[in-house]
Design a protein around this ligand. Structure first.
Ligand code: PGA
Length: 217
C-alpha cells in the first residue's frame, strides 16, 4: 500500500528473543528501521523458558527460538542457521589439535548454561544421542559470563557461534570436537490463531527476503 511504499508505516513491533539471538537480531533490525523509520520496536530478551512464558501469555508479535516448544500451535519461519560450537581459551593445548574425541572433551571442566536455556537443551539432547556425560564445574546464566570464564581458563563450553561474532571470539578458540558443531536453526514464531498486525506482517515480509538477512560481522 501507499503508506508502505513511502516507508510511512507506523506502530509498534514487539519481539521476544532468546539470549543467543540478541547478538544478531539488532543487526537485522538496522535495515528494517531504516526502511520503516516510523515503526517503534520493543525488544525483550530471555532464555528459552522465559520466551516460552511470554509466548503463552501472548505478549509479543514474534518470538525468536532455535528450539520452539513442540506443544504450542505456532507458525514457524526458519530464517538462519545457528551452529553450536565447542570453545576453550585461546591457549588451550587442544586448540592446535586436528580433532578432539567427544569422550575426552567431556572430561574437561565444563561451564553449562542454566536450566531453561535452549543452548543447554540442545547440548543435552546431543549428549544423550552420543552417550556422553559432562564434567560440569559451573552453571552460568549468561553467554557473556561463559565467554569470560572460558577465556580465563576456568573450563570449556558449548555456545552459539552468534555469541562469538563482532569480536566476541577474542581470547577463545573453537575446538574441533567430534560431532560438533551441533546444528540448529533460528525460527521466527508466532501464534497460529492470532492474526498479525499490519506492522508484524510487514516485518515478516521483510525478514522473508534473503537479501535482508545478510549480516557483516
Ligand atoms: P538460550 O537461547 O540458550 O538463551 O535459551 C538459545 C536457544 O533457545 O536456542
Amino acid at each position: 500500500d501507499l503508506a508502505d511504499l513511502k516507508g510511512l508505516k507506523r506502530g509498534t513491533l514487539r519481539l521476544g528473543v532468546v539470549t543467543t539471538a540478541k547478538y544478531f537480531i539488532p543487526h537485522l533490525l538496522g535495515g528494517f528501521c531504516e526502511r520503516y523509520p516510523q515503526i517503534e520496536i520493543e525488544f525483550k530478551v530471555g532464555n528459552r523458558q522465559q520466551v516460552i512464558d511470554r509466548l503463552s501469555e501472548g505478549r509479543d508479535d514474534f518470538y525468536v527460538f532455535s528450539h520452539p516448544p513442540k506443544d504450542a500451535p505456532l507458525a514457524l519461519h526458519e530464517f538462519l542457521d545457528n551452529p553450536l560450537v565447542a570453545i576453550a581459551s585461546a591457549d588451550h593445548p587442544w586448540a592446535k589439535r586436528r580433532t578432539v574425541p567427544l569422550q575426552e572433551f567431556a572430561q574437561e571442566p565444563f561451564l553449562i548454561r542454566e536450566h531453561g536455556s535452549g543452548t543447554r537443551y540442545a547440548l543435552e539432547r546431543f549428549l544423550r544421542e552420543q552417550n556422553a556425560k559432562l564434567n560440569v564445574r559451573m552453571t552460568v546464566e549468561s553467554n557473556e559470563a561463559i565467554r569470560h570464564s572460558v577465556m580465563s581458563g576456568l573450563g570449556v563450553s558449548v555456545i552459539s557461534t552468534h555469541t562469538l561474532a563482532f569480536g566476541g571470539d577474542s581470547g577463545l578458540a573453537i575446538l574441533p570436537v567430534e560431532g560438533m558443531p551441533i546444528r540448529s536453526h533460528w525460527y521466527l514464531a508466532h501464534h497460529k490463531a492470532k492474526s498479525l498486525s499490519p506492522v508484524a506482517a510487514t516485518f515478516l515480509d521483510w525478514i522473508s527476503q534473503k537479501d535482508n538477512l545478510r549480516i557483516e560481522a
